[in-house]
Design a protein around this ligand. Sequence first.
Ligand code: GTQ
Length: 351
Amino acid sequence: MGSTKTEIGVREKFYQDIDSHNMAPLWEVFRSLVTPTPVTLARPHCWYYQDVRDWVLRAGDVITAREAERRVLVLENPGLRGQTRITNSLYAGLQLILPGEVAPSHRHTQSALRFIIEGTGAYTAVDGERAYMERGDLILTPPMTWHDHGSNGEVPTVWLDGLDIPIIQTFDASFLEGFPEDSQPTTKPEGDSRARYGRNMRPLDTQLKNTSSPVFSYPYADYREALEKMRLQEEWDICHGLKMTFINPQTGGPVMPTIAAFVQLLPKAFSTSPYRSTDASVYTVVDGEGRAFVGDEEFSLTPNDIFVVPSWCPLQLNAEEDLVLFSFSDRSAQEKLGLWREQRGNKEDSL
Ligand code: GTQ
């Protein structure tokens, strides 16, 4: 049932006519919109820290943290250049704070996490409490919490920022407020939120906060010790090795409404089965060395390298030394919307 020239001419004329009424024919785009499996412009990519570190530090020569508000080099997915995003739904960047600097206090509807790459002596203040940052720590700034960053240290501090900026853009739900002073007053002692909510207890008669974790610092020393204890059981998941998800202790669910965060250990010589899921993920190497096969790409991993796995793109990991990986994704949002899916490869299957 081929279309004749006249029929095509009639259709083109029809499309032009409806165009002026701000209408368009669905049937011309349906198959590219409603696809049988996820289709994305996002590509697998790795930012090798040895290649990018110097540029991040040089950002310190061109602008101050105060002037920039946040001095960050955005990690743009090569398939999504100009869109300020690392996956279709998530933003990532490398932020730099130099000794004595302050990145002024603000709050916004976007959820943010920080994963510390290098440095010591810097802090993030969240709603009146400072969390000092050490390499490998995870720090949260949940939606609408006041936050500023600063450093009393003697060396530059660099961390990986992960935000849900593109999700908030989709919903046109961005609100930003500046705090009247650069640094918010410290109203709580360091470790207060952890004492209240991060020790398998909570204050009696407190209101449960369901949307985000009331604990905003997840130190390296804690999760690393847990991984080392658990590995003694030698129970490895074929796709993940030993993988943990950071939780909101009030719900047992993910740390923030849109973003979930994970850490995993693969023992030396472990090789995972191929795996894919609908949540595109951003990974960084905490410790060790290995290889990541992401779709058709292969990345040779050393500490602080950052790589992105697009939605539904197969991932396979080889540990050449004990390998510890941190990752984050929009799985938290997808699960709430009933969208999240995974496919676990068996050894026979190639995804
Ligand atoms: O530290 O508050 O990378 O607001 C992008 C937006 C960091 C932050 C980013 C932000 C922040």
